[in-house]
Design a binder for this molecule. Structure first.
Ligand code: B12
Length: 210
């Protein structure tokens, strides 16, 4: 691997949001393609961060700062990706369901999924089913629904039902999560998948498009 890609890998893993964009610019100046920088430097680093999180060597703060470093690097890389016409692996519309204002976990999932190469449509918190439906009509192929309260968890099922009623269910994969949500609940309400944390959410999203 090019030494500068190794540098990017390391600065993303270490969550160095100052050095990552500098290294990305350096790699571009050295003539590396935006695609290689993204795949072999940044996405590779976020995959490793996910692995370390799952093994208990990294915790939420490490994952958050790595994701922020990745975002800082993406700020430099984005125009070059557009110029190279690099397509995202998919578009995910993610949001916290109606009545629920918790967004820390949802944001973490969005960052890790972006780290896996997806374009993110972040619909925010307190999101009505209609907003997810609109996002699907605009091209989202994956939907991520988050709920942190036992009282708002049923809104996940309502949202899936509304997507069904709109005749869009077969156009989209739906993944669900949040502290009260379980794999059994996900299956019961007809979601395509559940993940207990952001790292597994990124793998789940990737499995939908592979
Ligand atoms: C921070 C927090 C708040 C903040 C939220 C700030 C914000 N911007 O998010 C504030 C202060 C606003 C808040 C308000 C309330 N909160 Co609160 N809050 C919490 C707290 C302490 C942490 C949540 C958190 O951020 N965790 C860290 C993240 C990283 O973890 P996570 O959210 O679980 O997300 C991970 C996974 O679940 C998963 N995931 C999450 N979303 C998704 C989505 C997909 C698609 C996938 C695949 C995976 C996935 O991946 C994430 C990353 O690894 C929890 C307690 C707790 N320990 O969970 C209580 C908690 C969730 N809150 C609670 C309550 C009761 C409330 C209030 C009703 C309090 C009140 N009386 O006003 C209000 C509700 C407001 C509303 N309408 O939403 C209760 C819920 C109880 C219950 N059984 O329903 C909890 C459990 C506290 C408690 N023990 O009582 N809260």
């Amino acid at each position: 691997m090019e030494p500068i890609l190794e540098d990017i890998f390391v600065t993303v893993m270490e969550g160095d949001a100052a050095a990552t964009p500098v290294n990305v610019q350096k790699a571009l100046d050295e003539g590396l393609s935006a695609t290689d920088i993204l795949n072999d430097g940044m996405i590779a680093a976020m995959t490793e961060v996910g692995r370390l999180f799952e093994e208990g060597d990294y915790f939420v703060p490490e994952m958050l700062i790595a994701a922020r470093a990745m975002q800082a690097g993406l700020g430099v890389l984005r125009p070059y990706l557009v110029a190279e016409d690099v397509k995202p692996v998919g578009v995910i519309a993610i949001g916290t369901v109606k009545g629920d204002l918790h967004d820390i976990g949802k944001n973490l999932v969005a960052m890790m999924v972006e780290g896996a190469g997806f374009e993110i449509k972040d619909l925010g918190t307190d999101v009505a089913p209609e907003a997810f439906i609109e996002a699907i009509r605009e091209g989202a192929s994956v939907v991520g629904l988050s709920a942190l309260l036992t009282t708002t968890m049923p809104r996940i099922a309502d949202t899936i039902a509304a997507i069904n009623d709109a005749g869009l269910r077969d156009q989209v994969k739906i993944m669900v999560g949040g502290a009260p949500v379980t794999a059994e609940y996900a299956e019961q309400i007809g979601a395509d998948g559940y993940a207990p944390d952001a790292s597994q959410a990124a793998r789940l999203a990737s499995s939908f498009v592979s």
